[in-house]
Design a protein around this ligand. Structure first.
Ligand code: SIN
Length: 275
């Protein structure tokens, strides 16, 4: 069924692709927002899953204040900025052996209550290009599975393992790592739509299946959710912002700009237990 576009009054919303992503203009995020602006940004976020803003020069306090219009700020279990626990710094340069976000993921799915959203402000783009971010619609990933596969995975869960993501992949040392079991298919608490909820960075096992079956099923679901038809691509400029919904998207930061520097700061919004 074709949906009529929402009649926005305070912002302008331009789709990036028909299924995911929209660029928002006509709003200055460094200033206090009206209730109508917040409601329309929320509406665009729900409709498009990830929304983008250009030319928004925010201080750390303005960045946090923007996040607080939409929820409580989340503190990352391992990676925080000195003096600003609610900020995650995303930095890669000539000394980096690993780029944060270089594998498909949604943020911190190893938590019992994974964050619902993330707001990334770009401060420095690589000098010779590259460093775009890809986003994938996990609604579309679920909806485009065949009916027998949907039926099979509907009641199943998967283990999301922080040790796999942080120690094995990123070499981040900690005394312990978060680990959680979530449904493979979750229902979005606001839109009611169903979304696939597994990702290559954190998801390690489907406990209802044998090891071999679990690996084959997860590989198939990862590959399916990473197909080009699920995606949009964002080309950053300094002071661009991406605001994504971790409950129905995944993302990947393309690590194609070595040895140049890319630097961004992220505010993350606390979430609920997936159901
Ligand atoms: C992230 O995973 O939060 C980082 C995304 C990016 O650097 O584009």
């Amino acid at each position: 069924m074709k949906r009529e576009p929402f009649p926005y009054q305070t912002i302008t919303v331009a789709s990036v692709t028909p299924s995911i992503g929209a660029e928002i203009s006509g709003v200055d995020l460094s200033r206090p927002l009206s209730d109508a602006q917040v409601a329309e940004i929320q509406q665009a976020w729900m409709d498009h899953q990830v929304i983008f803003f250009r030319d928004q020069k925010l201080t750390i306090e303005q960045h946090k204040a923007f996040g607080r219009y939409f929820g409580e700020l989340h503190v990352h279990p391992l990676v925080t900025m000195a003096g600003h626990p609610e900020i995650v710094e995303i930095k890669a340069d000539e000394n980096s052996s690993y780029v944060q976000g270089e594998n498909w993921h949604s943020d911190v799915t190893c938590a019992e209550r994974p964050p619902m959203g993330s707001i990334l402000c770009m401060h420095q783009i690589p000098e010779n290009g590259g460093g775009d971010t890809l986003f994938s619609s996990m609604y579309l990933a679920y909806e485009t599975l065949s009916e027998p596969i949907k039926k099979l995975i509907d009641g199943m869960t998967a283990i999301h393992d922080g040790e796999h993501a942080y120690r094995v992949r990123q070499n981040l040392k900690a005394d312990s790592y978060p680990r959680a079991e979530h449904p493979i298919v979750r229902t979005h608490p606001v839109t009611g739509r169903r979304a696939l909820f597994v990702n290559r960075s954190y998801t390690v096992r489907i406990p209802q299946l044998s090891e071999r079956e679990s690996r084959a099923m997860l590989d198939m679901l990862f590959e399916h959710s990473e197909l080009d038809v699920m995606k949009c691509r964002f080309k950053w400029r300094p002071n661009s912002i991406a605001f994504w919904d971790n409950r129905c998207t995944m993302h990947l930061a393309i690590p194609d700009y070595f040895p140049h520097t890319r630097y961004a700061q992220r505010v993350t919004l606390s979430g609920d237990k997936p159901f």
